[in-house]
Write a protein that binds this ligand. Structure first.
Ligand code: FEO
Length: 173
């Protein structure tokens, strides 16, 4: 057992963080399913971008996991739903991704409000990183969607964008 730090999160906050761990792993799983779909469509750049998202979501889950462990609180992993595997098109995937990020943002705000109500300052501080991260994630997906809308029905523009997205980060070869 790790040394317990002062200020164990309340039971309600612990439960909400355990739920959030499942949500982050589900997001990771969802983005991996989206990566597989893009691979099937021969869009390796979009697929790589989604693999990168998959990695980031796993890291988010582990941040919450480690927060509970370091606080001496209990981690309770939950089952994951099967993510969708079929999408109507590339724009639909990215819009589904943005919709999911908005849900995650709302969920993190709800935990923050709970931490404020419970005067849990350590959890508030930890969540500030996530609040900023969510802003960046929503912006990043929103930027891709905006470029896809500019590309319209042009296959050439879609392939150009695929090439650009493939240059993102060190994720998954
Ligand atoms: Fe972990 Fe993209 O929210």
């Amino acid at each position: 057992m790790p040394t317990k730090v002062e200020g164990l999160p309340t039971k309600a906050v612990q439960a909400a963080i355990n739920d959030q761990i499942a949500k982050e792993f589900y997001a990771s799983y969802l983005y991996l399913s989206m990566a597989a779909w893009f691979e099937e469509q021969n869009l390796p750049g979009f697929a790589k971008w989604m693999r990168h998202q998959h990695d980031e979501e796993r890291e988010h889950a582990m941040r919450f996991f480690d927060y509970l462990i370091d606080a001496g609180a209990r981690v309770r992993l939950q089952g994951l739903d099967e993510p969708p595997a079929d999408f109507k098109g590339p724009l639909h995937v990215m819009e589904a991704s943005l919709a999911h990020e908005k849900k995650v943002t709302a969920s993190i705000r709800t935990i923050y409000e709970l931490a404020v109500k419970d005067k849990d300052y350590a959890t508030q501080l930890m969540l500030q990183w996530f609040i900023k991260e969510q802003q960046e994630e929503e912006k990043s997906v929103g930027d891709v969607i905006a470029r896809m809308k500019l590309a319209g029905d042009s296959s050439a523009a879609l392939l150009f964008l695929d090439n650009q997205l493939g240059q993102r980060g060190p994720a998954a070869e």
